[in-house]
Design a protein. Structure first.
Length: 301
């Protein structure tokens, strides 16, 4: 079985398998220089060297070249500080070329030999002249990479509706498909402004919370089912999985009330079994077992 090491090239990015070579003592959190399809890159060890099945490996493993040195870390920090200025200049050059594109971010490699420009556009763009001018301006190899709106939010980072860091920028490795069915199952209003994230797409947390809602709905009665409350019979109008309550419309008053699920009784279900009445003892102490008949008074003349 081959031995691989899991490397994460960027924060909250996918973990890729590399050949550790002679570096079998790599530990989680260490920084290393690895060989990729786009040249050398700096990455962080996410999974120490371990044996995996051959079926889990696709293609040929790229090697780990060496551990990151102090000079590598200094270089990476210097070029990272230049990215803000490079981004401004790149946007200015793109506007001069009159290209219908939005330059989202730029990223230098750890040694500054390669510049990756992330952009978004609704149509195909011929950016060959832009690449030539950028390469001449910055003196590095330039790569243009088109991304979508969800990847744009991941790169720019920010806060979600909950007030916390965006899940995609903080810990999500890959995007999962999100459908409107999840919003319906969780009883959310189908208003785009209520169920959309900063990227304009459906909230990723709909996927994360789907399992919890599915487990909670198993303990709740279905909509339009008949139930009995302490106020009388009614029909379930709405369910509240997180609170474990339901909204019931009473038959007698046609009023809507919210009732805990624990207080409901479904018609036709068996209620609590009646306790058996205590049976008298067969041979009570101090009483004869012979039955005594009560004598009737005799009627005389």
């Amino acid at each position: 079985m081959p031995i691989v090491v899991g490397i994460r090239l960027r924060t909250a990015s996918k973990i890729y398998h590399f050949d550790p070579g002679s570096f079998f003592d790599l530990t989680r959190g260490e920084y290393v220089i690895v060989e990729t399809a786009r040249g050398q890159a700096m990455g962080q060890v996410a999974c120490p060297p371990r044996e995996v099945s051959s079926q889990d490996i696709r293609g040929q493993l790229k090697p780990v070249i060496r551990r990151t040195t102090a000079w590598d870390a200094v270089q990476a920090d210097q070029f990272q500080r230049r990215e803000a200025e490079t981004l401004t200049e790149t946007r200015t050059i793109a506007e001069r070329h009159r290209l219908t594109m939005k330059v989202v971010a730029v990223e230098y490699s750890f040694d500054g030999s390669r510049l990756t420009v992330y952009f978004s556009s609704e149509s195909r763009i011929d950016f060959r002249s832009l690449v030539r001018e950028l390469s001449k301006e910055f003196g590095v190899s330039v790569e243009m990479r088109q991304i979508g709106v969800r990847d744009e939010a991941k790169l720019l980072d920010g806060c979600g509706r909950c007030g916390y860091q965006l899940c995609c920028a903080g810990w999500m490795q890959e995007f999962q498909p999100v459908s409107i069915r999840l919003a319906k199952q969780q009883g959310l209003p189908l208003n785009p402004s209520e169920i959309s994230g900063v990227c304009g797409r459906l909230l990723c947390c709909l996927c994360h919370e789907d399992k919890a809602y599915a487990e909670a709905l198993k303990r709740l009665p279905a909509k339009r089912s008949k139930v009995v409350t302490e106020h009388g019979e009614g029909t379930v109008r709405r369910v509240h999985p997180l609170k474990e309550t339901v909204t019931v419309r009473l038959v007698n008053t046609m009023a809507d009330i919210e009732v805990p699920v624990a207080d409901l009784v479904t018609p036709g279900s068996q209620g609590p079994k009646p306790q058996p009445k205590p049976q008298p003892e067969e041979n009570p102490p101090g009483r004869s077992t012979r039955s005594r008949r009560r004598r009737r008074p005799s009627r005389r003349g």
